[in-house]
Ligand binder design. Structure first.
Ligand code: NDP
Length: 266
């Protein structure tokens, strides 16, 4: 039950009605007996700075979740950022410290990793193919790179964006073997980090038959829950990992990040 002691979380989006995070996070917090509530706030991009400045003064505000289209505008409104949020120039969670300072972080990549580990999928020593170089794929790439894969190949429709991501990755992780590629031949974990698969007419983001025997195909797409890519991988006898695991992982990461008291510096 909401009372005067309840911690408040606000999710900022535009539009917000289709965003499933409030429902999912409120259910999780209630199950866990946590006295906190998330409320949706639809804010136009031009009003974001004033909204954040106003929210800063709410003393029972634990923090913010930030989603489309505000993730890249948010870093400039925070007082401090995690290294990964700074590198990606993108923030999807903000914790409010007791002094009103706002610390931003980006949990997309860590949420994906938490989802992978929930199904026992290892990263260390794997040859990994990543399709995509947008926001979600970039965050995933940095979290993968931090876990010591044997190699990481990035493919993207706009090749220059894939090259830019590989450059940023190898600068941040000098020992990483990373390259731009075209397909998943010879890899044993392939991840779709693009938006391909949202629409029924979308082509596959890559051909799973090119993967090594016993490989796993992982998705970021949550709707539909089983994409044509996962169907194809299953037909071939490959392992599959659905996009909903990333959402589950993100919710767990958000609860840890937003509701952990103490120094907001990470
Ligand atoms: P971005 O717009 O930042 O990136 C989109 C990516 O998809 C780019 O790599 C883009 O390539 C590629 N792409 C889009 N259309 C096509 C196409 N027709 N052909 C080939 N490539 C294409 O979006 P996000 O990274 O934020 O989101 C990507 C997906 O991840 C979304 O579907 C989103 O729903 C999902 N997601 C899932 C989450 C979860 O919890 N499961 C969390 C966050 C996101 P290009 O650079 O060439 O445009």
């Amino acid at each position: 039950m909401i009372s005067g002691h309840t911690k408040t979380l606000v999710i900022l989006a535009d539009p917000v009605a289709h965003v499933r995070t409030p429902e999912a996070l409120n259910a999780r917090m209630s199950e866990a007996g946590i006295d906190a509530v998330m409320v949706p706030a639809e804010v136009a991009p031009g009003d974001l700075a004033a909204t954040v400045e106003g929210l800063r003064s709410i003393r029972n505000l634990a923090g913010l979740v930030v989603t489309v289209p505000h993730k890249t505008a948010m870093p400039a409104l925070c007082d401090s950022l995690s290294q990964r949020a700074e590198i990606a120039s993108s923030v999807n969670v903000v914790r409010r410290g007791a002094d009103g300072r706002l610390h931003g972080d980006l949990l997309d990549g860590e949420g994906f990793m938490r989802g992978l580990s929930s199904t026992g999928t290892e990263i260390s020593g794997k040859r990994i193919f990543l399709a995509g170089a947008g926001g979600a794929a970039s965050a995933i790439a940095f979290s993968l790179a931090a876990r010591g894969p044997a190699c990481l190949t990035v493919a993207n429709r706009s090749r220059a964006k894939a090259q830019d991501l590989v450059t940023r990755l190898t600068r941040a992780f000098p020992g990483l073997e990373a390259a731009v590629g075209d397909g998943p031949t010879g890899h044993d974990l392939a991840i779709n980090g693009t938006s391909l698969g949202l629409k029924p007419e979308d082509p596959l983001p890559f051909e799973p038959a090119e993967l090594l025997a016993g490989a796993t195909v992982a998705e970021v797409i949550m709707q539909p829950e089983t994409t044509a890519l996962l169907d194809r991988a299953q037909e071939l006898g490959l392992g599959t990992h659905a996009g909903r695991h990333m959402l589950d992982g993100q919710l767990a990461e958000m609860m840890d990040f937003l509701l952990t008291s103490g120094d907001p510096q990470i």
